[in-house]
Design a protein around this ligand. Structure first.
Ligand code: TYM
Length: 350
C-alpha cells in the first residue's frame, strides 16, 4: 500500500529556542505546509527526560510549552489548516511507546549517540526515559503513520531507529497485519527524514565545532528566538571568527568552522546558497559581513520575537490552540491505536 503522505515533527519545550531550531527545523515546518498535511508537536513528554533541575519544574514546563507553541505560530505555522498540539494530551504516544519498547532491541538503543552525550559519564544515574527517548520519538511519528519528518541533522540517527522499529513491527506482526486488511503486510510506513537547506546543523557562535544548543552554559553561544535586536547584534559581533578574510569559493570554508557556520546562517536566513553569499562577501573583512548578517538576522527574527511576545501574553489563547490541535490529532491517533491493538492481539471493547 502506498501510504498517504503526512508530515510530523516535534520540538522540546526546554527553554531557549534558538536559531538552530529555527533554521534546522521550524523554517522547514513552515515550508512543508504548502505541499502536505502537517502535524507539529510540542514534545513535553520528551522535555522531562532529564532531571527536574534541567527542565525546571511544572511552571517552567508550562511556560516553555506555550513559548514553543507561540514560536510555531509566529514563524508562520497555520494551526487551523494543520495541527499543533502538545504531546501529553494524547495518551497514544505513551501507549504506542510501550508496544515499541517490546519491538526495539537494547542493542539498537545502546548505539544512540545523543543518549551518550546527554547522559555523560554518569550513565547509571540517567533516567530510563532519557534512554527510551528515541522510542517515544518513533511512537510520536508512527502514531500518525507519518511519512516525512523535517528535522535538523542531529536527529538523523533517531529517525533511522524509527524506520527500524516500523520495519520490525511490520515483520513481527506481518500475518496479523495482513489479517486486518493490509494486503502487503505493511501497517507502519518507514518515515523519511527531511534534512534540508544550508543550516541543518547550526554551530555555536563561540565554537564552530560545537552544535548550537539550548543547554550551552554561555548565552553568547546562541541566538535565542526571543533576543531583541541589540542582543542579536552584540552576539553576532562577538561571534568567534578567524583572522583571514572570507573566501570567494565554498571550498575555502572547509577548514574554517566558524566562517562556514556564519556563512551558512546568512545563506539560510537570506534564502540563498552559501556560494551566493561568498560571491557577495568573499575577499571582504568579517566586520562588513557581520554587519550584513546582523541586518538579515534582525529582519527575520524581530517580527517573530514580537509576535511570540503577544501570544505568550495570552496563555488562554495558546492553550485553546493546543486543545483544538489535540482534539484533531486524537482522531488520527485513536484510529492507529485501535488497529495496532487489534494487530498485537490486545482485547478491547467492541
Ligand atoms: P529539539 O527540541 O532538541 O530540537 C528541535 C529541532 O531543532 C533541530 N535542531 C537543530 N538544527 C540545526 N542546528 C542546530 N544546532 C539544532 N539544534 C536543534 C533538531 O534537529 C530538531 O529538528 N528529538 C527531537 C524532538 C522530537 C521529534 C519527534 C522530532 C520528539 N519527537 C518526532 C521529530 C519527530 C529534538 O531534537 O528536539
Amino acid at each position: 500500500m502506498a501510504f498517504v503522505e503526512r508530515v510530523f515533527s516535534g520540538v522540546q519545550p526546554t527553554g531557549n529556542l534558538h536559531l538552530g531550531n529555527y533554521l534546522g527545523a521550524i523554517v522547514n515546518f513552515v515550508k512543508m505546509q504548502q505541499t502536505h498535511n502537517c502535524i507539529y508537536c510540542v514534545v513535553d513528554m520528551h522535555a522531562i527526560t532529564q532531571g527536574v533541575e534541567v527542565w525546571g519544574g511544572p511552571a517552567e514546563l508550562a511556560r516553555n510549552t506555550r513559548e514553543v507553541t507561540a514560536a510555531f505560530i509566529a514563524a508562520g505555522i497555520d494551526a487551523k489548516k494543520h495541527i499543533v498540539f502538545n504531546q501529553s494530551q494524547i495518551a497514544g504516544h505513551a501507549e504506542l511507546t510501550w508496544i515499541f519498547n517490546c519491538v526495539a532491541r537494547i542493542g539498537w538503543l545502546n548505539r544512540m549517540t545523543q543518549f551518550k552525550e546527554k547522559a555523560g559519564k554518569d550513565r547509571e544515574n540517567a533516567s530510563i526515559g532519557l534512554y527510551d527517548y528515541p522510542v517515544l520519538m518513533a511512537a510520536d511519528i508512527l502514531l500518525y503513520r507519518a511519512t516525512h519528518v523535517p528535522v535538523g541533522e542531529d536527529q538523523k540517527q533517531h529517525l533511522e531507529l524509527s524506520r527500524d522499529i516500523a520495519q520490525k513491527f511490520n515483520n513481527d506482526f506481518g500475518d496479523s497485519i495482513r489479517g486486518h486488511g493490509f494486503a502487503d503486510g505493511l501497517f507502519f510506513p518507514q518515515p523519511e527524514p527531511l534534512i534540508t537547506g544550508p543550516a541543518t546543523r547550526v554551530m555555536s557562535l563561540r565554537d564552530g565545532t560545537k552544535k548550537m544548543s539550548k543547554s550551552d552554559a554561555s548565552d553568547n553561544s546562541r541566538i535565542n528566538l526571543t533576543d531583541d535586536a541589540d542582543t542579536i547584534a552584540q552576539k553576532i559581533r562577538r561571534a568567534k571568527t578567524d583572522p583571514e578574510p572570507l573566501p570567494s569559493e565554498e571550498k575555502g570554508l572547509e577548514t574554517r568552522p566558524e566562517a562556514d557556520n556564519l556563512v551558512g546562517i546568512y545563506a539560510a536566513l537570506a534564502g540563498i546558497s552559501k556560494q551566493e553569499v561568498l560571491t557577495q562577501f568573499g575577499g571582504g573583512q568579517f566586520s562588513t559581513f557581520k554587519n550584513a548578517l546582523v541586518e538579515v538576522c534582525v529582519a527575520k527574527l524581530a517580527p517573530i520575537a514580537s509576535e511570540m511576545k503577544k501570544l505568550v501574553a495570552d496563555p488562554g489563547h495558546v492553550d485553546s490552540i493546543l486543545a483544538d490541535g489535540a482534539n484533531r490529532a486524537r482522531g488520527i491517533a485513536d484510529e492507529t491505536m485501535r488497529i495496532t491493538k487489534d494487530i498485537v492481539g490486545f482485547i478491547r471493547p467492541r
